[in-house]
Design a protein. Structure first.
Length: 106
């Protein structure tokens, strides 16, 4: 019987929002990097729909000599509207809200 490899994880710090200052083990992908977006569902106290906290991966720091990334951290993004959708370069931008567009000429 073949043995399965253990799932690899990396201790990753969180900045901002309710998770500020915490370090959680985050599962890394085949490239050795944690996911670009980390979503944390928080159950509502009244049993309603959960609130989702959205954190985005950013470099923790760079090496002095070569400028290589020295690790990752997550920063809080309270106004994330991507809803987990992929953004392709050829995709149309999000629809503008209805109303009068901002006119610079008058």
């Amino acid at each position: 019987m073949a043995e399965t490899e253990p799932v690899k994880s990396q201790d990753t710090p969180f900045e901002g929002g309710p998770m500020d200052g915490r370090v959680l083990p985050v599962t890394v992908g085949p490239t050795g990097h944690p996911p670009k977006t980390y979503r944390i569902p928080v159950p509502a106290p009244d049993g309603g729909p959960p609130t989702v906290l959205v954190y985005h991966r950013v470099p923790r720091g760079y090496s002095k000599r070569l400028g290589l990334i020295q690790g990752w951290k997550y920063t809080y993004t309270p106004d994330d509207t991507s809803a987990g959708r992929l953004r392709w370069p050829w995709s149309k931008p999000a629809a503008e809200p209805p109303g009068k567009p901002d006119d610079a000429n008058g």
